[in-house]
Design a protein around this ligand. Sequence first.
Ligand code: BTX
Length: 249
Amino acid sequence: SAVEYGLDAPFAIEYHDSIPSTNARARDLAAEGASDLVVLADEQTGGRGRLDRDWHSPSGGVWLSVLFRPDVPMAHAPVFTLAAAVAVTRAAREAGVEAGIKWPNDVLVRHGDAERKLVGILTEMEGEADRVSWVVVGIGVNANVDPGDLPEEANPTSLSAERGEPVDRRLFTQRLLEEFDALRQDPESVLDAWREYATTLGKQVRVETPSRTIEGEAVDIQFPGSLVVETESGTEIVSAGDCEHLRPL
Ligand code: BTX
């Protein structure tokens, strides 16, 4: 419970020392009719990323999923991924780590030319086109984790590695959930907040989607979270869910 974890959070908390995946657990709870709760774990044994990729989740991280039932059409749900990125970026900055957001769902720390991955976000949902039934926003934060225990090719980092000392996970999680709770109730404010922390805008990028590759300058994002790319042949809008890879050129 929230009390056991010592959190004064805007959501009920179901805490696990170890669980396969907090997103899978939150989906099961959604199927049982639950809402406005957070599944939180110290370790995941079967953490999932986008496109069925693995998410490594050793003990010491903040692996959590927020389940809620917003009154929005399905097409608006990507805004909650952006809201999560803003919330976790603010909480990281309060913990002394200068994080930034790479569209669509990465929170990174820049070291010279290299960007190291601190956070992954996976949003899942179910419902009808005109109204979602539930949304699960999964947020994986490498908190007090040794980046050496994470896949090297992802160029990972962690809050503890950036700070040189562990972070107070209780306080960090509380700030993250407070920020997320405020943003989810005010989706219109999310884009402006997101632009403040964006590392992608103003850059030449290559975006790969299942059907095409788009190259050009990432000039802006638009509701509910699509990237606007200025290419040689005109303006292209890429939806967040379509992005398989985004690389700087
Ligand atoms: P993604 O598809 O953008 O990123 C997945 C890729 O990131 C992997 O293929 C791997 O290269 C790299 N990677 C794996 N683990 C880590 C890590 N700990 N740190 C940095 N890089 C890593 C991102 O997907 C979405 C991740 C969501 C994770 C949360 S945790 C709580 C919830 N439960 C769950 O199963 N997933 C979500």
